[in-house]
Design a protein around this ligand. Sequence first.
Ligand code: PLP
Ligand code: TYF
Length: 396
Amino acid sequence: MYQHVTPYAGDPILSLVETFKQDPRPNKINLSIGIYFDNEGKMPFPNSVFQAAQRIENQVQPYLPMEGHAGFRAAVAKLLFGAESLVLQENRVAAVQTLGGSGALKLGADFIHRWFPQSHVFVSDPTWDNHRGIFEGAGFEVGSYPYYDPATIGVKFDAMCDFFRSLPEHSVVLLHPCCHNPTGVDLLPEQWDTILNIVAERQLIPFMDIAYQGFGDTFDSDAYAIRQAAKLNLPLFVSCSFSKNMSLYGQRVGALMVLAPNAAQADLVLGQLKFIVRRIYSSPPAQGVLAAQGVLGDTNLAAQWQNEVYEMRDRIRAMRLKLYEVLREKLPEKDFSYFVKQRGMFSYTGLSVAQVQRLRDEFAIYVLDSGRLCVAGLNEGNVETVAKALAQVFAE
Ligand code: PLP
Ligand code: TYF
């Protein structure tokens, strides 16, 4: 019956986590998957989210509407666009609760493929693997635009601009507003201004995927690109995730926002998004979103939550600094300052596949083959070990 079904190779990140679990070495360290661990190596619930989650335990949850929880949708729109945002006052944003950030990407991809079938999608080189997967799965041809420059450990900004200028209208460009995954290398505000002006001139469709709001700098400054795109009235799509900044990974809490030229068109878009949802899963899950909304809808808890995310951000920064200090001491001839300059959960280390393999074989330290290291997996107890192992591997 199923002889013709081809085997699935598995996802590189999720497969590596399985390999890690099976590694019998007691001193093994997992720096592969994008999960935030605290200084004790545990996955913490922010206290604000824990409090909100406790309030809704053991209640029967009726179906949510196709578009999700109304209060949550409005609160997320404010978090992304800003409380005073003109586009929100003008009801120009179609907002849908989604199954995490992945669900938002898929919903947006399906919508664009239905209504702009000629469009191609362009993702940064490199990007989160599943960006390509989700858009190809929705029927798109996916290309990539120049982004990361290994020579400078920065952005190939001129090449990126030239590439955007060469794109046909309605091309979709997938952008990371903050904490670029996997490189940790972000655009500066003035670079965003330049890019978004090109996006406007060329009539491109910017799709901004924000999974780490609050981990880069502040909640407001991490949303700079989104708010600037709104000011320019671009046909903006935003996918966002609360997996990391609320530790709601398995609850699948996210949202898709689509900015339209006027309220009537935002309504049309919302209608078609609901139609897509109805035909895939009908309505989103309730438990996680009620916890998220319990936080976002309560002024005190929301403020507490933002401070808790800043504590996570600062802990990651402290681990970056520690890595940098040890490496600088061990290998003074090399410049490791990129470890402290990169933002968010990840560091693109520049390790080769062979070096990554050596880290795994010899030191039981797991990073991705691309050299992406999850800094949020480091703590006071393991950072020195990791830094010394890195120094040995880099010394070759
Ligand atoms: N987008 C980016 C850039 C991510 O890093 C991730 C998760 O790692 C996602 C989207 C997916 O988010 P979620 O886990 O909420 O589906
Ligand atoms: O570490 C990463 O980049 C992600 C994490 O359903 C992830 O791939 C894992 C599972 C999932 C979504 C994201």
